[in-house]
Design a protein around this ligand. Structure first.
Ligand code: DLZ
Ligand code: SF4
Length: 508
């Protein structure tokens, strides 16, 4: 009896559990470019192009491997516009009564599959390294869930960067070596770029035509769109950038968007690269003496620590998680996030790069766009939607914990032990943005002062009840309390004035 095998746009792995379960002789693979997925958030055109191009190439590869693949292109006249719709249509076409799927990375789609008239078996997504049942056991009874302890368990369990049961290099964490400010020069020409082939060009034309009015540039397009290219991009990173990745992983530069970053998160998130092979390549570089332990450990922590932890938290916390708003922030996302001019150079750079590349690195996301949104009291749902839309690696299992939890503290501290907020001095220390900025980072108040400076204290002041007992914030409240009353009044008034101008749509 024929069964349908669903392969979604972020499930492009030959080792996918649904494919492993299926029978190449009798089952039919269903893949579909559908309006519902392309528009339920208004994705960056480059993100859509990346996914569609990779889907088409993956389908071709499955076909070459002998699978019967029924592929729907976005413009096909009989395209029903949704994943359940396409499954229903293909079931009628083939007589199938059962669907094998790998569980999607988003509650919305999991529920949609559950509610279909067809019987859909959703298998665990074992491309991820964390068994969600195991995570539940690990989390049970803990007062707080901190990534660091989860990460150590993962290292031991997977045997990654371990020597005789001990962490390689004698420590679990080398983060104190990984906070160097922006260097004068970067000895890495950036991630490997791929010239669009015929398939990619066709998709770029389609996306330009159908989604050209959305925020973001579709061209130039250089992402890898198949496994072979993604592997070359990984090798290129390990060879040329990994050795210095750790030192400068938190640095930001005005005229160098990628520094020593790998930009392979999107490749892992749609299934072109397996996290295990990424960790193996990175660990091997250390064992061969090619890359230092601080770089290798820092990188592996992102993959088997943060990435896995984010997903496990998303599934543990449940479908309401992306809409939490613990700080009750209600302000609208200001137009500068969509490219309106701003005099703040850090934000202008982060948004410009986001628009052109569908990418910005983690500190730009956390400490520039995220920090600013949190300080201004932007509604976290609007911030979450923005991250979901603009980044090529954005899927809800990762953006919700990253944005709602880590960046906006809207989960009340499930993920972070304190909010990630800073004044301009952090950005100044880690970047070369401030020197060429309209504002002066050293100036705390008055005309021309960096807006982050007053916004930071305004945030601390207005959320005092929530945070003053947090031991990690006590020192800052001490500093605030020692300020003279007239200085505090100036800070409050200037922050209020800035926020009003921001909400009025003025160029700030
Ligand atoms: C993100 C995305 C987009 C833009 N388009 C499609 C699509 O047309 N077909 C498809 O199967 N998947 C697409 N995706 C990925 C899904 O949205 C993703 O699988 C779910 O959001 C779960 O992570
Ligand atoms: Fe950003 Fe302030 Fe520095 Fe300007 S001075 S780049 S606004 S941190």
């Amino acid at each position: 009896m024929t069964r349908l095998v669903l392969v979604l746009g972020d499930q492009l792995s030959e080792t996918l559990s649904a494919l492993k379960e299926a029978d190449r002789e009798t089952d039919v693979v269903v893949m579909a470019e559908v309006a519902d997925e392309a528009t339920y958030v208004q994705h960056h055109p480059k993100k859509i192009a990346f996914i569609f191009a990779a889907m088409r190439k993956f389908a071709a590869r499955l076909q070459e491997d002998g699978w019967d693949v029924r592929y729907t292109q976005l413009d096909d006249t009989d395209n029903s516009g949704s994943i359940p719709g396409e499954l229903t249509r293909r079931a009628e076409e083939t007589g199938a009564t059962e669907v094998i799927a790998t569980q999607p990375g988003e509650f919305r789609l999991i529920e949609a599959l559950d509610e279909m008239g067809l019987k859909v078996r959703q298998l665990a997504d074992d491309r991820f390294l964390t068994d969600l049942g195991w995570f539940e056991e690990w989390a049970k009874g803990r007062k707080t869930l901190r990534m660091e302890y989860f990460y150590r368990e993962m290292r031991k369990h997977l045997g990654i960067l371990m020597e005789d049961g001990e962490p390689a290099g004698g420590q679990w964490n080398f983060d104190h070596d990984n906070r160097k400010p922006a260097p004068d020069e970067v000895a890495f020409g950036g991630p490997m770029e791929f010239t669009p082939d015929e398939t990619v060009e066709e998709v770029l034309d389609l996306v330009e035509r159908r989604f050209g009015n959305s925020f973001g540039d579709v061209r130039p397009f250089w992402f890898a769109t198949d496994q072979g290219q993604a592997r070359r991009a990984l090798t290129h990173f390990v060879k040329h950038a990994l050795p210095r990745f750790g030192d400068f992983q938190d640095a930001m530069m005005g005229d160098n968007r990628f520094l020593y970053h790998s930009v392979i998160s999107g490749y892992m998130n749609i299934g072109l690269l397996d996290p295990r092979e990424v960790c193996e390549a990175v660990e091997e570089a250390w064992r061969e003496g090619h890359a230092p332990i601080n770089a290798v450990e820092g990188y592996i922590r992102q993959v088997i620590g943060w990435r896995e932890y984010m997903r496990a938290i998303y599934f543990r916390e449940g479908p309401d998680y992306p809409r939490r708003n613990w700080l009750n922030h209600q302000r609208k996302l200001p137009p500068l996030y969509w490219g309106q001019e701003t005099k703040m150079r850090c934000l202008s750079k982060a948004v410009e790069e986001t628009k052109e590349e569908a990418y910005a690195h983690h500190i730009q996301r956390l400490m520039v766009t995220g920090n600013f949104a949190l300080l201004c009291g932007i509604d976290p749902a609007e911030v979450e939607d923005w991250y979901m839309r603009v980044y090529f690696d954005a899927f809800e299992w990762v953006t919700a914990p990253n944005t709602v939890g880590m960046s906006q503290f809207a989960d009340g501290g499930v993920i972070a032990s304190k909010p990630y907020v800073s004044s301009g001095s952090y950005i100044d220390r880690m970047s070369d943005y401030c020197g060429d900025c309209h504002y002066s980072v050293k100036q705390k108040t008055g005309e021309g002062a960096c807006p982050f400076n007053v916004l930071y204290w305004h945030f601390m002041d207005r959320h005092r009840e929530r945070f003053e007992k947090n031991p990690r914030m006590a020192q800052m409240y001490g500093t605030w309390d020692r300020m003279k009353d007239d200085k505090k009044a100036t800070i409050r008034a200037e922050a209020e004035d800035f926020l009003k101008r921001l909400s009025d749509g003025e160029v700030v």
